[in-house]
Design a binder for this molecule. Structure first.
Ligand code: T4K
Length: 373
């Protein structure tokens, strides 16, 4: 039996990493924005085509501290979507802000911009959309709404490493865009994250928040956390960045193979190919419509499990149904998100996934259809 998981971390060769960390042994400088951190940040800014950025222990702290640095009125409302990883919603709640859940677009699964304005009240202070699966949100419309109502925009760009829109780095949009460099992402620094922003003052506040509010050796003028990226993670990032284009190119081949099998299969909806977007092939979500496909998402999930293939139900359950919120949010107000979350399965996808395995996965999926018919 094979054992294929939904993803597998990209890694440099061990030799390459060891060579990269030799300086750390020589200097004994392990963390606190050392030389590896500086080099990684410089390289990343170039790669992501952004002017200003700061790096963090992980993508979640980038999001949580970015929201904090905005200094939004306590208890004010943030319009976001529930079709995402826990992190997006938790970053809002942990800042004592109120998530207001907007439904998603049925085609690209990002925030449905037609439904945002109805949710705006005099308490709304920001919009927090998610470029889910690497799909780019409707940036123009979000910007128009934000300008009209004077709202901040914080993009959860955890899935869009390296994505470009009209040739611009995806991190250049909104007031802030936050990336994740977690082990499971297109690009990783083991754990890690970054916030890209426009306003220099905001950047200083963000820096203080990730480093205990320290302004200078004898001055602490804010109450900060500790969310600094260490030198070993930065070294991993430096190595992985050398290979990321190659990794994305390999992912593209895997995605193309999946599409050869699954495009135009009745009852199967795939991720859209977006115009003017340079994609990163982050995830391969498939929506199964039981009525027309003949088998439910859960049946396909189980059939794959039986042969050792670990697809995942990203993103089920929706964050507005999490037990920790004790029924506070009405899931029926996001019916499209609910519909998709019950039908979606993200198939294994990583650079070194070989096409024979993709063939096997697709055979199992199509067999579910035949079995039921
Ligand atoms: N916003 C969004 C929209 C996000 O998706 C995320 C993270 C964030 C914000 C927050 O960013 P970070 O703070 O995480 O930087 C995973 C990841 O832990 C999480 O980063 C990611 N989203 C989420 C979508 O997926 P799990 O609980 O599914 O991970 P886990 O441990 O089940 O791993 C999944 C598969 O990945 C494994 O089956 C095998 C592979 N894997 C995993 C690890 C940990 C590896 O190959 N190597 C590894 O080291 O959450």
């Amino acid at each position: 039996m094979v054992n294929i998981l939904v993803t597998r971390s990209s890694m440099p060769s061990m030799d390459e990493y060891i060579k990269e960390i030799e300086d750390i042994w020589d200097s004994h400088w392990l963390t606190n924005m050392g030389p590896k951190h500086k080099e990684f940040q410089k390289n990343l800014k170039e790669y992501l085509k952004v002017e200003q950025m700061d790096m963090f222990t992980n993508g979640h702290m980038a999001l949580e501290l970015s929201l904090q640095a905005m200094n939004l009125p306590r208890g004010s409302e943030i319009i976001t979507t529930p079709f995402t990883f826990a992190s997006t919603t938790h970053a809002i709640v942990r800042n004592r802000l109120e998530p207001v859940f907007c439904d998603i677009d049925p085609v690209d699964f990002t925030i449905d911009v037609k439904k945002i304005e109805d949710l705006i009240t005099d308490k709304t202070s920001a919009i927090m959309p998610v470029h889910v699966y690497g799909n780019v949100c409707n940036i123009e419309e979000i910007q128009r709404i934000a300008r009209k109502y004077d709202l901040k925009v914080i993009y959860d760009a955890a899935h869009t490493f390296g994505v470009e829109y009209h040739g611009l780095g995806i991190g250049t949009f909104g007031d802030v865009s936050c990336f994740s460099f977690h082990a499971t992402k297109v690009f990783n620094s083991i754990e890690g994250g970054a916030a890209c922003f426009r306003d220099e003052e905001f950047g200083l506040e963000l820096y203080r928040l990730k480093n205990f509010g320290i302004r200078g050796p004898e001055r602490v003028d804010g109450v900060g956390a500790n969310a600094k990226m260490n030198e070993f993670c930065a070294a991993m990032g430096i190595c992985n960045l050398r290979h990321v284009n190659e990794e994305i190119a390999k992912r593209k081949l895997v995605v193309e193979r999946y599409r050869e099998w699954l495009d135009n299969v009745e009852g199967v909806q795939l991720n859209p190919v977006q115009e003017d977007v340079k994609p990163n092939y982050a995830y391969f979500p498939v929506i199964f419509d039981e009525k027309t496909f003949g088998a439910s998402r859960n049946e396909v999930f189980e059939a794959l499990q039986e042969v050792g293939i670990g697809a995942r139900k990203y993103f089920y359950p929706l964050t507005n149904t999490f037990e920790c919120f004790h029924g506070k949010y009405d899931v029926n107000r996001t019916p499209v998100a609910l519909h998709i979350s019950k039908r979606v399965l993200t198939l294994p996808l990583y650079a070194d996934l070989d096409v024979d395995t993709v063939d096997k996965i697709c055979e199992v999926i199509l067999k579910c259809k035949e079995n039921i018919k």
